[in-house]
Design a protein around this ligand. Structure first.
Ligand SMILES: Cc1cc2nc3c(=O)[nH]c(=O)nc-3n(C[C@H](O)[C@H](O)[C@H](O)COP(=O)(O)O)c2cc1C
Length: 158
């Protein structure tokens, strides 16, 4: 059976909650991506600055991740959407090329403004890996019980 790891970034907890639920249900390994310099902004300024980071395609420095990627056949990457794009921390991870030639499944939490994600994620992920599927988790905070079950059904179907 393919060995799977969930790697996620979460700024306000939504993506973490989904990743943790999958981890708890399926006992798949899970690892967090964290920024060397975490964003300390809140509210409007966080949206503004975070949105700018995402749009400008910046790749912030990450804390070291202690994972032997060779152990895993499949990687579920879970990211919030910022300004219609994957979170900069996740982009940094993917473009750092710490793993390559993996089957990637991209799960993204959002609030309804993520329509171009399957296409834009494919462009970024396919440079070094194979994107095998995408899944939108919309309105996690408002609808956690339903969304977490849908996300679990999706990963079980992979
Ligand atoms: C800087 C910033 C930009 C965002 N831009 C979008 C967006 O373009 N579309 C959208 O649907 N949600 C957007 N959101 C909402 C988040 O994607 C959503 O709340 C997500 O679930 C947050 O995940 P987290 O709690 O794991 O950080 C944005 C949030 C932030 C902080």
């Amino acid at each position: 059976m393919a060995k799977t790891i969930i790697v996620y970034y979460s700024s306000t907890g939504n993506t973490y909650m989904i990743a943790k639920y999958i981890h708890d249900q399926l006992d798949w390994e899970m690892v967090a991506v964290s920024l060397k310099k975490p964003l300390r902004l809140k509210g409007f300024f966080k949206y503004l600055y975070g949105g700018f980071m995402a749009i400008s395609g910046c790749r912030p420095k990450l804390d070291n991740i202690e994972v032997d990627w060779d152990e895993f056949d499949r990687i579920i990457i879970a990211s919030p959407i910022w300004a219609g794009r994957m979170a900069p921390a996740i982009r940094s991870l993917i473009e750092s090329k710490v793993f390559a030639n993996k089957d990637i499944y991209f799960l993204y939490t959002n609030e309804g403004g993520a329509k171009n994600i399957p296409r834009s994620a494919r462009k970024i992920i396919s440079a070094n890996n194979q994107l095998k599927g995408t899944f939108s988790c919309r309105d996690v905070a408002k609808n956690y019980e339903q969304v977490k079950k849908e996300a679990l059904d999706w990963v079980k179907s992979l």
